[in-house]
Structure formats: structure tokens, C-alpha cells
Design a protein around this ligand. Structure first.
Ligand code: 13P
Ligand code: SF4
Length: 305
């Protein structure tokens, strides 16, 4: 541990703060986390945070907002308010409300990678770890789904009888689109006999088809422990590699393509984390009329998965 990490742990203890960290954060932040996980696991931890006096969220805006929605009376802090997920911004309220008007019978399933205002219009939210199960459980003919079209492809393949209506038409994550059809990953697999290729459901359909497993970041953490493969080619944001390597020193984790970096996630640094803990800002706020409706959709997801 470096000096700043030690100070962070000390202040965190003094303030009884709960430090929630997403798998894409840099290694030094992962190392000081109270809980490190994927979007779904972090929602659960936020829901169970009643003993903490403050939540400090090292992730992107929609994740911190979700923590606030689940804990309206608690102070929730994000170390850099500019950690904004571009995919969450791709879904405009106009597009969402138009789709609801056009398909009044269709339930609305929104990826947690959306802003609280959009979640307030959803029947239920989902993450990449539970999207297929949630859509299946709704047992509907048509489902309004967004904003990630590639996650939609993943769901459609596993729940073929449902028609997904995408909002917007082509929502995506630039970091995962960058892997393209997975050509580099397949080349690496050929160079490393016995290796396994993983793709996140936000990757393009062609890459999903070529991968050995399509997994959420939490799914990757679990499979890393059980896979017989000694070399794994990882198709998601590079921050997770440090965790996989730390927890599985006998295996080798390679980036499916170099420089798959989420700029939004990387806006959080050890320095601004320390400042946020000390100054207890920037504070995340969600107006209660929106939070109340968004909470219904998020809690429904937690019940259904
Ligand atoms: P996970 O839910 O798999 O952690 O993914 C979150 C995310 O933002 C992927 O880009
Ligand atoms: Fe958003 Fe993509 Fe970054 Fe995930 S990796 S937070 S979807 S931009």
C-alpha cells in the first residue's frame, strides 16, 4: 500500500464511509475498496448500506445515482462528477417516451447504464448479468429495450420469442465497440493453444459469436477461478485485468485488444478519491419525484434476479 492508499483507509474508517468500486477502476483504487464488483453486485451492496454514514462510489455517474436512489437519506459522493458514461447519455427522454406511446402494452427494460430520469420511466432495470433472465421472466411478446443494442442482441439470442424494440436504435459503448469483430482476440487465441476468449455482452455480435464465453464483469471474475484454461483473452475494459491477475496468479490474462480504456471510469483517481472522502463532495443528488419512480424499477430488478 502506498501512503495515499493508507490515508484513504484511515479517513474512510474515521468517517464510517463505504467505498464501492467497479471492476474497471485502476488497481490502486480496487485495492482500497470495501467492495469491488460488477454493476449488479454494486447495486446490491448499495441497497444493504444502511450502517454506513456515507457511500463513496468509484465508478460512473449512473452507478452513483443508482446508489443514491436506493439510499435517498444517505450522502453519496462520486470523486469526480465528470465520470459520465457516454452510453447512458445516448437515450433521450423523447425517444423513450415516443416508444412508450407507440407500444403502450410493452414493458420497458432499461440497462442500469441510463440516467435516473430514464429509469423512472422503466418497468424494470437490468444489468449484463441478468438482462436475459429479466426479459424472459416478463413473459411479454414485445419489450422496449435500451440503450445497448449489443446487450439486446445477447438477450434476443437467449430469449428468441420476444421482440425487442430498441431505444435508441443504435445505442452502444464505444469502449466495447472498439473490439470490433474480435479479430485480434481470435489471432491471440491461435497463438496461445488451450486459451479461452471472453467477450462482454456490450461487444459487437460478431465478437460475441466468436468468443468462447460472453460474460458480465462479475461473470468473468467467477469464471477466472474455475476455468481450466491457463491463458484467457479478455474482451472488456482493461481495468478488470489487474483484478483477474491479482486473484488468479497462476493464470495469464491478456487484453483482447490493447487500449480498451473507459475514459469516464478513469476520471476517478486515487487523488480525487482522497479529496472526496475528506471534503465529502461532489455529492450525488436525484430529485425525489424521479428517484421514487426509478427506485421501483431498480428494486424490481433486485427482486427478479
Ligand atoms: P458490468 O455490469 O458487467 O460490470 O458492466 C458495466 C459496464 O459499464 C460495462 O461497460
Ligand atoms: Fe459506459 Fe462503456 Fe465505460 Fe461501461 S465501459 S461505463 S458502458 S462507456
Amino acid at each position: 500500500m502506498n501512503e495515499l492508499q493508507k490515508k484513504i483507509i484511515e479517513v474512510k474508517k474515521q468517517k464510517n464511509a463505504l467505498l464501492l468500486v467497479h471492476n474497471y477502476q485502476v488497481a490502486e483504487i480496487q485495492e482500497v475498496a470495501d467492495f469491488l464488483g460488477d454493476s449488479l453486485e454494486l447495486c446490491r451492496k448499495a441497497q444493504e448500506a444502511e450502517d454506513a454514514d456515507m457511500i463513496v462510489f468509484c465508478g460512473v455517474d449512473f452507478m452513483a445515482e443508482t446508489a443514491k436512489v436506493l439510499n435517498p437519506d444517505k450522502k453519496v459522493v462520486i470523486p469526480n462528477a465528470k465520470a459520465v458514461c457516454p452510453m447512458a447519455d445516448m437515450l433521450s427522454m423523447d425517444v423513450l417516451l415516443d416508444a412508450k406511446k407507440k407500444y403502450p402494452e410493452a414493458p420497458v427494460v432499461l440497462y442500469v447504464n441510463t440516467l435516473a430520469e430514464a429509469k423512472a420511466e422503466a418497468t424494470v432495470t437490468c444489468t449484463s448479468a441478468n438482462a436475459d433472465k429479466i426479459v424472459k421472466k416478463l413473459d411479454a411478446k414485445q419489450v422496449i429495450f435500451g440503450p445497448d443494442k449489443n446487450l439486446g442482441y445477447y438477450v434476443q439470442k437467449r430469449v428468441p420469442d420476444v421482440e425487442l424494440i430498441f431505444v435508441p436504435e443504435d445505442g452502444h459503448c464505444r469502449v466495447h465497440r472498439f473490439f470490433g469483430d474480435g479479430e485480434e482476440a481470435i489471432k491471440l487465441k491461435a497463438e496461445n493453444p488451450g486459451s479461452e476468449v471472453w467477450a462482454h455482452p456490450e461487444c459487437e455480435p460478431e465478437f460475441q459469436e466468436r468468443a468462447d464465453y460472453v460474460l458480465s464483469t462479475g461473470g468473468m471474475v467467477k469464471r477466472a477461478k474455475t476455468t481450466p484454461a491457463k491463458t484467457i483473452i479478455v474482451g472488456t475494459e482493461e481495468g478488470i485485468i489487474s483484478r483477474l491477475q491479482r486473484e488468479n496468479p497462476d493464470k495469464r490474462f491478456l487484453e483482447a485488444k490493447p487500449y480498451a480504456v473507459c475514459g469516464a471510469m478513469k476520471r476517478i483517481t486515487l487523488e480525487n478519491l482522497y479529496m472526496a472522502l475528506v471534503g465529502e463532495e461532489p455529492v450525488v443528488e436525484v430529485p425525489e419525484d424521479i428517484a421514487g419512480r426509478a427506485r421501483v424499477a431498480i428494486e424490481r430488478m433486485l427482486e427478479m434476479s
